[in-house]
Design a protein around this ligand. Structure first.
Ligand SMILES: Cc1cc2nc3c(=O)[nH]c(=O)nc-3n(C[C@H](O)[C@H](O)[C@H](O)COP(=O)(O)O)c2cc1C
Length: 354
């Protein structure tokens, strides 16, 4: 049984962002139904490289988090899964996710991420090796691959899913697209219909209406605490994707899960006074959590990445992004960020449904 119900809203893996500090911030603001760590190298993890226990730290909710690995070989991935499973110094996460989607040149050129999409048999070996070594939830995250050929994509997904995946996440852009164009969710819907494995749709999701369109369910079905409440039906009866996954919008609005869950709860028919979000407090809280939970060497870079998205919706987004990105320390960043709201007080509060 999956640790989240159909219609759930998941947090996408994001390098430098979905670490313990950010996931803790989300827990405090209204958490996703399930989350992913940022990608970790299977080879580095088994070699005890520095910070690997931080990359694979599944706190604060190990039972609702998958550790994502990218790997150059089936043997390394199997060894990483075994180490994660038997590591007495780490919390056991609910799942392992295999990264088949990263198209960053430094990952692809080493044979990781989306490099696997050109070889379904080798990719299937990777899944099979992980399945043999990992008894928990096993998933994979993919892009569309090198082209827009649906039959090739379906063949690839069926091939890897057959090796024992519990679910599959699709970001429907080609490998070479990065974030250009729009996510092609017509592919998500077709795959959800044609695969027997639950599909999680990801890419450009920002609103409840998109979630309803993709999952074919009103948001009420995704209320929290209903894990496993409904089952996925493949084929013509499947209304759409099993669940959705949100990445960048969760950094722009870390309260988005609370907002979407409120819309999906039975109470949504009853108007309630809009709650207010203090964007200054949320930003400062992230800095405090980064200091508390991240290795010192990561703190500034992670805060820069966070603010590069978080500031996007501010009136003077370019200005405040530039100022925070160039702050030499967390405390200088906090000062700069606080000063912004002295100059632009109207940006400080927004309603929860903003
Ligand atoms: C800064 C950043 C880092 C990312 N790192 C990862 C990663 O580690 N693993 C992964 O599978 N995808 C990664 N992605 C892709 C996201 O998981 C997601 O597929 C993509 O952002 C599309 O979803 P969105 O439109 O909701 O942001 C990253 C995306 C961003 C913006």
């Amino acid at each position: 049984m999956l640790p989240f119900s159909s219609g759930s809203i998941l947090l996408a893996p994001m390098v430098g962002i979905t670490n313990r500090a950010f996931r803790t911030l989300l827990e405090e603001l209204g958490s996703p139904d399930y989350a992913f760590t940022e990608m970790a190298s299977a080879e580095a993890y088994i070699a005890n490289a520095p910070y690997e226990s931080d990359y694979t730290d599944s706190n604060p909710k190990p039972d609702r988090t998958s550790v994502q690995f990218y790997s150059r070989s089936a043997a390394s991935l199997a060894a990483a899964c075994s180490k994660l499973r038997n590591n007495p110094f780490q919390e056991l996460p609910a799942g392992v996710d295999i990264n088949f989607g990263c198209s960053a040149p430094h990952i692809r050129s080493k044979g990781g991420g989306s490099a696997w999409s050109s070889d379904p048999d080798l990719a299937a070996e990777l899944v099979s090796a992980a399945r043999a070594a990992w008894p928990g939830i096993l998933s994979a995250k993919i892009r569309m691959g090198p082209d827009e050929d649906y039959d090739r994509l379906l063949g690839f997904c069926r091939r890897i899913a057959a090796e024992g995946l519990d679910f599959l996440c699709l970001h429907p852009r080609r490998d070479d697209q990065k974030f250009k164009g729009k996510a092609r969710h017509e592919y998500s819907l077709r795959l959800a219909r044609d695969l027997s494995c639950p599909l999680v749709a990801n890419g450009d999701i920002t609103e409840a209406a998109q979630i309803s369109m993709l999952t074919g369910r009103q948001r009420a079905g995704a209320a929290k605490g209903e894990a496993g409440a409904s089952t996925h039906t493949a084929g013509a009866d499947a209304p759409g994707a099993y669940a959705v996954m949100i990445g960048r919008e969760a950094v722009r609005k870390p309260w988005i899960f609370s907002q979407l869950h409120a819309l999906g709860s039975a109470k949504s028919a009853i108007p309630t006074p809009a709650q207010s979000i203090d964007r200054l407090t949320v930003g400062l809280r992230f800095l405090a959590l980064a200091e508390l939970y991240l290795p010192e060497a990561w703190q500034l870079e992670s805060a820069r990445r966070f603010f590069s998205y978080y500031c996007e919706q501010f009136s003077f987004a370019h200005h405040i992004k530039f100022k925070t990105m160039n702050s030499p320390s967390l405390s200088a960043m906090a000062e700069t960020f606080t000063a912004y709201f002295g100059n632009v007080p109207e940006d400080r509060y927004c309603s929860l449904d903003h």
